[in-house]
Design a protein around this ligand. Sequence first.
Ligand SMILES: Nc1ncnc2c1ncn2[C@@H]1O[C@H](COP(=O)(O)OP(=O)(O)O)[C@@H](O)[C@H]1O
Ligand SMILES: [Mg+2]
Length: 257
Amino acid sequence: MTQATPVIQMDHVWTYLGQHLVHKDISLSLGRGEILGLVGASGCGKTVLMREMVGIQRPTKGTVKLLGEDLNAISAVQQQQLRNRCGVLFQGGALFSALSVFDNVAFKLRELKVLDEVLIERLVAMKLSMVGLSATSAKLMPSELSGGMVKRVALARALIMEPEVLFLDEPTSGLDPVLSEDFINLLSELHIELGFTIVMVTHDLDSLRDLCTKVGVLAEQKLVAYGSLDEAIDCEQPFAREFFHGKRAQRVFLNLN
Ligand SMILES: Nc1ncnc2c1ncn2[C@@H]1O[C@H](COP(=O)(O)OP(=O)(O)O)[C@@H](O)[C@H]1O
Ligand SMILES: [Mg+2]
């Protein structure tokens, strides 16, 4: 894969779940280092699209290439190797509730069975510090964490394998505006430092403005806009119009329009 190879490329993706048509002929391409913000009404298929990008779910028709590899044309082992190059923060950022913060973040490394505990300890401490958590928080259980800390631990867990691509499904949902802004700033700093590509499902207009290099709007089973934020703002489709021109949007985008 060369520098110019898209990190994600979807061509003519159709998804049926039972009789229900979720995606109708979706094509997109995302370059290295970009940050894609995916928006759309609840239930429109954002999570399913993201799962297809990372190969956890298969579309009914069409091709998905991740890091230059056609997910349909490679073995299960190769798919797993590709997934190891991705970090995923699922919707809700769920941690394993029976495991400590340390064990949650270390989980993937231990699964690999190639590193000794001393090295794992160092790597976990490094990732916790990267997301702004102290070494003492490693001993805590998920039930002892605040909402903002849960997101940070989930992010540390997603970063543990030094991913080339980070998939974040509504990473700031449930956070108040201040914590949400902190989290977006953290992502922005990490993106500058580590240079990964991000795909993020979000309803958060501030994230779209401050973080994303590309915006995709999913509506009526299609990508009705895919490009710059300005292009999404200009989209005439009713969901997009309401989303980008409602009261809240006008406040956030006042300095853009
Ligand atoms: N495993 C599944 N089986 C059947 N329908 C599903 C499944 N997962 C999601 N769906 C349906 O697919 C649609 C898209 O879901 P999802 O991608 O989770 O939406 P979003 O993330 O945009 O809120 C929804 O109508 C949902 O009910
Ligand atoms: Mg979802």
